[in-house]
Each structure stands twice: as structure tokens, then as C-alpha cells.
Design a protein around this ligand. Sequence first.
Ligand code: NAD
Length: 282
Amino acid sequence: SAEVIYGKKLAEELRQEMKEETAKLAKNGIYPKLVVVIVGEDPASMSYVKGKQRASEKIGMDSDLIELSEETSEAELLNIINRLNEDKTVHGILVQLPLPQQIDEQKVIEAINPSKDVDGFHPINAGRMLTGQETFYPCTPFGILVMLKRANVSIEGKHVVIIGRSNLVGKPVGQLLLNEHATVTHCHSRTENLREHTKRADILIVAAGKAGLITGEDISEGTVVIDVGVNRVDGKLTGDVDFESAKEKASYITPVPKGVGPMTITMLLHNTIKAAKWIEQK
Ligand code: NAD
């Protein structure tokens, strides 16, 4: 039966280290600051944003929340981003997605100064990651990489199979692991014979948003299983993997909740500290 990788526990350790780092930075007059912008009142987005703020404050980082109404125009939002880009006390800017229909998400992402793009969604940062340069990596993929490394899972030369090809998770996690010398296969909703692929994985990363998509029958003995999915089934949070059956065959497995989720926010804090160091030490 698999060893369970608790992202939550690892996240707590990393945040403790970050708390010590912000204290050190404060001695040098550097106060990392994250500003989160939310448009509208979607309850899920609201709870993510509150979580990000709470986590920032806990490690001694400054954070601001800008709450805008559902009717905010694209021009208004772009103005606010411009102001934050120019504000020297702000190191990280995060616009919570999704945005209401009247706003072009891509335009907003591209308006953020790449040096403050702690979500790592700006095409400049995506391009830097693609070409193997140091930059802000998207938080969920980055969290997965750190989890694998801290669990001492070897990546180099291994076959990583990813289910999902979104810009948010699937594509960037494949890129990051390719940079670590993995052999990467991307599966998605049009992939034929999915099980043939998942059975050949050394590391299987599931980011489809479909509860129970993967069971023990879909994997081989000894597979490392990372479950990114967050689904609500009968009011309960569950991943994309049937934990009980997969656990019998996997060598390592992440649970939902307490798995990948807490690592995502942790990497956001990491990126904001990094942004502060970059800007202040220039
Ligand atoms: P998305 O809907 O943008 O992408 C889903 C991907 O899965 C698509 O590429 C699609 O082709 C693929 N897919 C869907 N059904 C499939 C199937 N039956 N077989 C094969 N491929 C299939 O979603 P996303 O933004 O990439 O997020 C994926 C999941 O991860 C969601 O459940 C989301 O809530 C979760 N998520 C979790 C975190 C976290 O911090 N834990 C962060 C981001 C997203």
C-alpha cells in the first residue's frame, strides 16, 4: 500500500521557513507585499482569495485585497493593474480567475508587469519557463514539482503521464517536469485508449476535474499518483482519483483534500518573496 504524500504537512514546513525569511528581509527593510484583486462575489473564488490572504499574513507578509463589483469594466480593471504595476511597495499582483464575461482574461494577464506576475501566467513568464530560464512558475505545477522532490521521487528519465492540458495545470506541469529531464506524455479529453497510457506511467498526474476518473485498475504497480482534481461530490471534496483502490497499487499517492491544494498557496507565497527580492535588490 502506498505512502501518502501530505502536501498540507509539507506546506506547513515550507511556510515556517518562509516566515523566518520574511523576518530576515524585514531587517533589511524589505516587506514583501501581495495584492489580490477579485471581481465579483463567486463563493469559491472568495474562499480561495481569503485563504491566500490569511496565509500571507501568517508568514509575516503584507497583503491587500481589492474587491471589485461584478459590473467592473475591463478599462477599470486595467487601470487598477497599471496603478499596482507602478506602486513600488507592491511586489506581487494576482487577479483571481475566472473574470466576468465583459473582461478579456488574456488582456488582463498580459497587463500585469511580468516581474510582479506571481501566478506565472504572463506569456513572458510562460516563455521563460519553456526556454528553461529562471522565472515565476505557475503555483500548482510548481507545488507538484516541490512535492515530488521533497518526497525523493526520482524524475530524471522517468515516464510522466499527465491527464489534462490546461494552461493553468496540465501544460505547465509537463513543461516543468520536462525541464527536469522526465519523458512526458500529455493526455486529454480526446486521447484514445487512456488506460494504455496511464498504465505505462511511472508518475501519473491527474488534472481533469472528473471525480473517479482514475482507479486502481488504470495504474500499474509502483506508480506515483498525484491527484490535482478538486470536485465536490455530495457536498464532499474529492479528487479525480479513487483513492482507496489506487492506494493499493501506487508507491506514493496524494490525498484530496490535504494534498496538492495547500502547496498551491505556498508556492504563491514563495513567488511573492522572490519578487520582492528581485525588485528590491536591483
Ligand atoms: P480544465 O477544465 O481547464 O482542464 C481539464 C483538462 O482535463 C482538459 O485539458 C481536458 O482535456 C482534460 N480532461 C477532461 N476530462 C477528461 C477525460 N475524461 N479524459 C482525459 N482528459 C480529460 O481544468 P484545470 O484548470 O486544468 O483543473 C483541473 C482540475 O484541477 C480541476 O478539478 C481543478 O479544480 C483542479 N485544480 C486544483 C488546484 C489545486 O490547487 N489543487 C489548482 C488548479 C486546479
